[in-house]
Design a protein around this ligand. Structure first.
Ligand code: F0G
Length: 354
């Protein structure tokens, strides 16, 4: 098997890569598409998850960021800027440092998972936090990028969408065709737009077909579903705590073309999917990622997704990003024991089968 040289190399024919583009990489992409036997059986579908948390900084953002940062570098930019609920800032900081660019990130104070904050600091970004939400942070960085010589690397940067579409190619390569259905969490709505573009381009190039696209917002931040801006978005899935998605119209148009739709899932449903996935299948994804699975369950129950379908759910970020969410939603505590084998054994024997 040839080693993964990163998406700019693997997919240069599908990306805006020119002879002047620096071949930046942290070996992103080529993430596993994992079959879930237990949930497939339980839900009556043929279910796969695309584990984007395996990327270098632990989320799908690496695919878009490598492209956006390479193009910024190619254009002679010296600095990049983004607003973020956490993952974008981690990816921008990593690729920014790799490319030797100044990286500036703006985040909502108190609403970014610990792992993501640690990443942005470690990679050397200049981190600003505001007493506001992601939408307000995005307004600020958009404004600054117009006034100053700094490249905006949020998903409104078209190169981000380009890079992120490569995950759709990989799903088609792994399955031989597109799945019947793709389920994906929605925050700023850039990623669902990327997948739509990717499946479409691969279908034109290789006849792989296009899946129905189902996007899931958190109920407390469901602007697209409610068809109105949510001024004060709230959800435990902080990555998608967004009330005014920047790619709202592009995402609606994308879904209109292939069928599917948008729906909202409750935090309780997200948590149930989050815990169930880890326990039943050994896959640990961050809460926002599990909106895709929670949504799938809902759509199978109401008949909108047919039993027997081949479904890919995108797990956008690694569970380790947000250890607090894992501990807060789990009542299993370590059992404290003295340093003695006999007591240890007596505890083990209390549980059947050990
Ligand atoms: N899942 C995770 C783990 C995310 O971090 C995000 C977005 C999404 C899903 C939604 O993707 O915005 O393209 O619809 N995170 C952004 C950030 C907003 O700043 O890290 P989207």
């Amino acid at each position: 098997m040839s080693p993964n040289k990163g998406i700019l190399h693997s997919y240069k024919n599908y990306l805006p890569v020119t002879s002047a583009t620096p071949m930046l990489t942290l070996h992103e992409g080529d993430t596993p598409l994992i079959h879930l036997p237990t949930l497939s059986e339980e839900w009556g579908v043929n279910l796969y998850v695309k584990t984007e948390g395996v990327n270098p900084t632990g989320s799908f953002k690496d695919r878009g960021m490598v492209m956006a940062v390479a193009k910024a570098k190619e254009a002679g930019s010296k600095a990049i800027i983004c607003a973020s609920t956490g993952n974008t800032s981690a990816a921008a900081a990593a690729y920014g440092s790799r490319a030797g660019l100044r990286t500036i990130v703006v985040i909502p104070a108190g609403k970014v998972a610990l792992g993501k904050l640690a990443q942005a600091s470690m990679y050397g970004a200049e981190v600003f936090e505001i007493e506001g939400n992601f939408d307000q942070a995005l307004d600020m960085v958009r404004d600054v990028s117009e006034k100053e010589d700094v490249t905006l690397v949020n998903s409104v940067n078209p190169y981000r969408v380009e890079g992120q579409k490569t995950s759709a190619f990989e799903i088609c390569d792994a399955l031989g065709t597109a799945p019947d259905v793709l389920c994906i969490p929605v925050g700023n709505a850039g990623n669902i737009t990327s997948y739509g573009k990717g499946f479409k381009e691969y279908d034109v190039a290789r006849g792989t077909g296009q899946p129905q696209l189902f996007g899931f917002e958190a109920e407390g931040a469901a602007a697209i579903v409610q068809n109105q801006v949510v001024r004060e978005p709230e959800t435990l899935a902080t990555a998608i705590r967004i009330g005014n998605p920047a790619s709202w119209w592009a995402a609606l148009e994308t879904v209109k073309q292939v069928g599917g739709g948008f729906d909202a899932v409750k935090d309780e449903e997200i948590v149930a999917a989050y815990r169930g996935l880890a326990k039943a299948e050994g896959v640990f994804a961050e809460p926002a990622s599990c909106a895709s699975l929670a949504g799938l369950k809902k759509k199978i129950a109401n008949g909108e997704i047919k039993k027997g379908s081949t479904v890919a759910c995108v797990l956008t970020g690694n569970g380790l990003k947000d250890p607090a969410a894992a501990l807060d939603t789990n009542d299993i505590e370590p059992i404290r024991i003295p340093n003695e084998t006999e007591t240890f054994l007596s505890h083990l024997h209390r549980k059947e089968g050990v």
